[in-house]
Write a protein that binds this ligand. Structure first.
Ligand code: FE2
Length: 257
């Protein structure tokens, strides 16, 4: 089985809870779709954990922003990006500092693999979308407002495509349709003859009004959405104690928005 995680956003409590949940299952490999850092209070620790546990980690727009420069970020996100960069530069352990920057510099923007199970088959992984892997958002509303966009995106992968970036989990079909995890009772049955694009949700900053960390498991012919409770108040307290991180970045975690 494969565990696919995304959008950790420097939330150590959420990441640790998810890794503990994964450790209790028969997971062979973890794939991380990026945005390990940005927004949250523990960037160095999250980079350490992800680089140790994930077989593959992709470049997210916040990872890119910290490594290079933010583009089209709002004030709070940009301030968090610069603060994150300071934390990485200010890490007193020289080796750890080097490891963090090297890890970020080498993140690929896309990954593909063939699952050993025929019904899962070819899988593509990106942070945002197969058209613009780091930055493009695929929103549930696009199925109504921009069906051509969905079609063009579906033309760019073979069978299953896993994305993050919006922090809103669910399944897109080429009809086009969107199903939230609740609408499929938490489990999407993979059809070997039909493409699907799966948003795996966010570990460290869910935005679907459920404050639990979200990730997916792929295997046994299905994609399963998993929610994991963590100590949200501990993360919020850390955010509120760091002046460079705007308070709303903490408060939103409580509501999952
Ligand atoms: Fe993100």
């Amino acid at each position: 089985m494969l565990a696919i995680i995304s959008d950790i956003h420097s939330n150590l409590e959420a990441l640790a809870a998810v890794l503990a949940d994964i450790a209790g299952r028969e997971v062979e490999q973890i794939v991380c779709l990026g945005d390990v850092i940005g927004y949250g209070p523990d960037p160095c620790e999250c980079l350490d954990l992800v680089s140790r546990h994930a077989a593959v980690t992709l470049m997210g727009n916040h990872d890119y922003a910290v490594l290079y420069e933010p583009s089209k970020f709002n004030t709070g996100a940009e301030a968090a990006c610069f603060w994150t960069r300071q934390q990485l530069d200010g890490e007193p352990d020289v080796q750890r500092r080097g490891r963090s920057w090297e890890f970020l510099s080498n993140l690929p923007v896309k990954h593909t693999m063939t699952h050993p199970e025929a019904d899962i088959g070819d899988m593509a992984f990106v942070h945002g979308s197969p058209r613009r892997p780091v930055n493009e958002y695929i929103f549930p509303d696009d199925i109504y407002s921009n069906p051509n966009k969905i079609q063009m995106i579906f033309d760019r992968f073979a069978h299953l495509c896993f994305v993050g970036h919006t922090h809103v989990p669910g399944v897109f079909l080429d009809t086009p349709d969107f199903y939230s995890p609740d609408e499929v009772n938490g489990v999407f049955e993979v059809d070997p003859a039909r493409k699907a694009l799966i948003n795996v949700g966010s570990i460290g900053q869910p935005r679907d009004r459920d404050n639990r960390a979200c990730y997916v498991l792929a295997g046994d012919g299905e994609v399963r959405f998993v929610r994991v409770s963590y100590d949200v108040d501990a993360t919020v307290a850390k955010v509120l104690a760091i002046p460079e991180l705007e308070d709303y970045l903490g408060h939103r975690l409580k509501e999952g928005r």
